[in-house]
Write a protein that binds this ligand. Sequence first.
Ligand code: SF4
Ligand code: F3S
Ligand code: FES
Length: 253
Amino acid sequence: MTAVAEAPAQKVGEVASFTVTMRVMRYLPDENGDAVPRWDEFQVESHGTDRVLDALHKIKWEQDGSLTFRRSCAHGVCGSDAMRINGRNRLACKTLLKDLDPSKPITVEPIKGLPVVKDLVVDMEPFFASYREIMPFLITTGNEPTKERLQSAAQRERFDDTTKCILCAACTSSCPVFWTDGQYFGPAAIVNAHRFIFDSRDEGGAQRLEILNDKEGVWRCRTTFNCTEACPRGIEVTKAIQEVKRAMITRAF
Ligand code: SF4
Ligand code: F3S
Ligand code: FES
C-alpha cells in the first residue's frame, strides 16, 4: 500500500501580532480648569486586524484606567469616536493599525476646534447647537395627511448622500474656517440642512436657507475640501454645501 503524505496542519484564523507605540495626547484639568496637555506613550501588543479603538481599549483596561475617550457602537455607526489619528480626523473603530504603518508611533489627539474636556473627549455642545439651529426634522404645514407622502426614486436620490451622516463632527472639526473662531455653522450642520432642503416632502427649505444665509452660514465656506476628505461615511460634503449655496441664489430646491 502506498503511503499518502499528510498535508501540514492548517492554523485557522491565525494573524500576525506586533507591538505598536501609541502616543496619546492627555489633558487632565486641575481644580481651576488649568492644565498643560502632554503626550503619553504606551506599548501595545496588537494583532493584524486590531483597530485604533482596540489599542485604546487595551491601554485603558490593562495599563492606565484613567485614559478617557468616547465610543459606543464600535462599528462606525454611532459617530462617537472621531479623533485625530496621525494628524487626520478618523473614527478609531474604523481605522486598522496595520493601515497606519505600526512600525512608527501612532499619534492620537482630540478633534480640533471644540473645547477639550478630558484626554480625547471634547465638548460637543457647540457642534450640536449649530445642528439644532438648522431644524433637522421634517417640516410640513396643514392637516395631518390621510395617506402616505409618496416620493419617486429620483426625488429620494436627490438627498440620499446626506442621509448617511452620523454626526461624528469629523468634518466640522477639520475645517480651517471653523478653527478660526468656532462661530461658523460648519459642514455637518449644512449637510443636515441639505438632507431636508432637498426632500420633496419637506416645506421648511426657505426657512433653513434663511438661517444659513447668515454671516456665519454657508458663505463662510472656502471650498477647502478638508470636510469631504475627513467624512468616514464618504459623503460629498463640499458638493452638498455648493448645492445649498446654489439653492440660496436660485431658490430652486
Ligand atoms: Fe461625520 Fe460625515 Fe456627518 Fe460630517 S458629514 S458629521 S464627517 S458623517
Ligand atoms: Fe470648511 Fe469644508 Fe468649506 S473644510 S471651508 S466647510 S469645503
Ligand atoms: Fe460608534 Fe466608532 S464607536 S462610530
